[in-house]
Design a protein around this ligand. Structure first.
Ligand code: DGY
Length: 328
């Protein structure tokens, strides 16, 4: 029977199906296996079933390809933790889970936007800690969402799902990305603008791009200076798009009113991070796709990719389809 190394426990329904296709070894911890473990497992396994926090380096892929690794199936839409070019040149297909988490992730981004705007977490903490004494004209005043301007960096599936939500709040929607999308512009009455313009005009800026060389460090001191005073930043995409030190400075100086981050570098964020000391910063533990329904669907897609890869068939959801041109 083929061997699969699975880097985290998954729902029993998905596990049962995976166990029918392979002999599965599961990493028992709730944190990612260290590189040495991945190297050892890549040497022994036919398939690696991975999570977005696992370092699937070119070394891991090389060790796998020198042995009998046939497929890497990741339970995430993003795969920036995987050395994709190395996998492609080794002829190893990499699976991911596109599409399935769009609405769930947009729901969380929307929840963060609303919570940051209306200071929900600060209010909750004040009540829990017995700090709140009485209703007051200036107590925890936030900003209005209805009728405000939302700037979306990245206008793919999740960006567009945010635009759909913004419609119900009568918001003006701006977006920026490498290419204009005329059909989506019309559908959501969204306006394409360069990044600079988007930063200068938006009350809320929300990140929905893929992490790439172009988007890594996209939001730094220069960009924060361009943002509207009192604007709010939301990130449910990838932490590496933001220079966190520059963000902390901008919040300390009162340029930005608040930030809400579901992703950051590293994850978990170190306890000494100044962002953790700021009541106007909401930080959630990378739960964008974390509804039970979506996580189960993601697990099932990951198993489907694994089954196909082990059987030498084309992966139904493949992050490097060009690999099929390289397969012998
Ligand atoms: C992904 O799948 O890339 C998301 O970040 C998971 O929540």
């Amino acid at each position: 029977m083929k061997k699969v190394f699975l880097t985290r426990k998954i729902f029993p329904e998905a596990m049962e199906r995976l166990s029918r296709a392979a002999e599965v070894e599961v990493w028992p911890e709730s944190f990612p296996p260290p590189l040495e473990v991945l190297l050892e497992k890549a040497r022994l396994a036919d398939g690696l079933m991975t999570m977005l926090s696992d370092p699937i380096t070119s070394e891991v892929i090389q060790v796998g390809s020198q042995n009998h690794l046939k497929v890497i199936s990741q339970m995430a839409v993003g795969y920036d933790n995987i050395a994709l070019p190395a996998a492609t040149s080794a002829g190893i297909p990499v699976g991911n889970t596109p599409g399935v988490l769009t609405e769930t992730t947009a729901d969380l981004a929307w929840a963060l936007l609303m919570a940051a705007a209306r200071r929900v977490v600060e209010g909750n903490n004040e009540v829990h800690q017995g700090i709140w004494r009485a209703w007051g004209p200036d107590v925890l005043c936030g900003v209005d969402i209805y009728g405000a301007t939302l700037g979306l960096i990245g206008f793919g599936r999740i960006g567009q799902a945010m635009a759909a939500r913004a419609k119900g709040f009568n918001m003006r929607v701006l977006y920026t990305q490498r290419h204009r999308d005329l059909a989506a512009e019309e559908k959501y009455q969204a306006v394409f603008v360069p990044l600079q313009e988007l930063l200068m005009q938006s009350d809320f800026v929300s990140l929905h791009a893929y992490l790439s060389d172009e988007t890594r460090g996209l939001m730094g001191a220069t960009q924060f200076k361009l943002m509207k005073p009192g604007a709010i930043l939301i990130n449910t995409a990838r932490g590496a798009m933001i220079d966190q030190a520059a963000l902390a400075q901008s919040l300390l100086r009162g340029k930005l009113a608040a930030a809400a981050l579901d992703v950051y570098i590293p994850e978990p964020i170190p306890q000494y991070s100044p962002l953790l000391k700021m009541p106007q910063v909401i930080i959630t533990p990378h739960i964008g796709s974390a509804s039970r329904k979506t996580r189960l669907l993601m697990a099932q897609m990951t198993v489907e990719n694994m089954e196909a890869g082990l059987a030498g068939k084309r992966l139904p959801y493949c992050a490097n389809p060009e690999v099929y041109g390289n397969l012998k």
